[in-house]
Design a protein around this ligand. Structure first.
Ligand SMILES: [Zn+2]
Length: 372
């Protein structure tokens, strides 16, 4: 998840917020100030309810952040780079660059988040017992933080993917069977079941107890259900793509151009006549770059005739695969580097492209024909 605003950097990790987070802070501040604290701690002034409510809402996200930091630090220690954490409507997300390669790494990364929350709950609970008067805003805040961290820990331990507990379950099945696809499918199925259960519970609460709380729980259930469903579909797709070689899909008849060609010639002879949006740039049979429609747009049209491709092309690092690589590897490379195509390095021969659109077309065709 991409952050809308960046806040600060800590341990090499950028902390950011997604705009939906603002709604969560408003919602929690309101609930705490108008519903929760007045119900349990009568007699404060309106201003005190609101100040305590807003601080409480912000502290919820400090708790979420500590939970996510724990995931990220363990991931980094295990060699899985996490460069950012985004806070959003439903909590936090550590933006991992890749999935763990070993069940043990996934287990450690997943379990440490809920454990951190439970330890925080115990610490806050201990501190909440210190003030002599348990009805002061400070004591109320401390016991509320104990409660919220306990919820965070327990909810995330539910064994449905993509919750932490679901990742723990997946790592265990993965460890026993050695089959990541099967493990994800089972843990995702459990995640979907929990999702449905939360939707059911939410609807029940909406009718019988509190419309807003019920709606919130139903929404969390819907989110859990759809992300579990998406994870199952994605892993099945990756599995299928990992059995197809780049060779089967690559277009070796693709044109190439030299760096001295002008932008005008590129547009006239290649982009207008052929379907592609990118072309490999080669000098003496060696790949030196790639020129795309996006690159062309950097130059005003009246300069096209005098601008050589070498001025606009994207040079190193060039992302490439070999014909024997599988499509999953190509797709991961495309997604991770936010590009539209990879070059194909066929025994040092210049030329060949594989685009995101090629892979999507194959997936759609296979689906239509009922092929795997
Ligand atoms: Zn977590």
């Amino acid at each position: 998840m991409k952050a809308s605003f960046k806040l600060f950097r800590i341990f090499g990790i950028t902390i950011g917020i997604h705009y939906t987070w603002i709604f969560a802070v408003i919602f929690f501040s309101w609930t705490l100030a108008m519903v929760y604290f007045p119900a349990y701690y009568p007699g404060w002034s309106t201003a005190v309810y609101w100040i305590t409510g807003v601080i409480g809402a912000l502290l919820i996200f400090v708790s979420v952040l500590l939970h996510e930091m724990a995931h990220s630090l363990v991931a980094n220690a295990r060699g899985i780079p996490v460069h950012s954490i985004t806070l959003f409507l439903l909590g936090g997300a550590s933006n991992m660059e890749e999935e763990p390669q070993k069940p043990a790494a996934e287990f450690a990364m997943a379990i440490v988040g809920p454990l951190t929350s439970l330890v925080l709950a115990a610490i806050f609970w201990g501190f909440s017992k210190l003030p002599a008067d348990a009805t002061t805003p400070l004591a109320a805040m401390l016991s509320y933080m104990a409660l919220i961290n306990m919820y965070l820990g327990i909810f995330n331990l539910l064994p449905g993917f993509p919750l932490d507990g679901g990742r723990v379950l997946r790592s265990i099945i993965w460890g026993y069977t050695g089959n990541l696809t099967k493990a994800t499918d089972i843990a995702g199925m459990v995640g979907q079941i929990f999702g449905w259960a939360f939707i059911g519970l939410g609807i029940f609460l909406m009718i019988s107890v509190s419309f807003v709380s019920g709606l919130w729980i139903a929404f969390i259930g819907w989110f859990l259900n759809s992300s579990a469903d998406a994870s199952r579909k994605e892993i099945t797709l990756r599995e299928r793509l990992s059995h197809i070689k780049v060779r089967e899909l690559m277009d070796s008849s693709v044109s190439t151009i030299s760096p001295e060609t002008t932008v005008e010639e590129l547009v006239r002879d290649i982009f207008r006549k052929q379907q592609g949006r990118a072309v490999p740039v080669c000098r003496d049979g060696q790949l030196v770059g790639i020129a795309t429609i996006t690159d062309v747009k950097k130059v005003p049209q009246d300069k096209w005739a005098e601008t050589p491709i070498s001025r606009i092309m994207t040079g190193a690092p060039l992302y490439s695969v070999v014909p024997d690589d599988n499509l999953n590897k190509a797709l991961v490379m495309i997604a991770r580097n936010d590009i539209n195509q990879v070059l194909i390095n066929d025994n040092g021969k210049c030329g060949g492209l594989l685009s995101r659109a090629d892979i999507i077309r194959l997936i759609q065709m296979n689906r239509e024909l009922g092929l795997n």
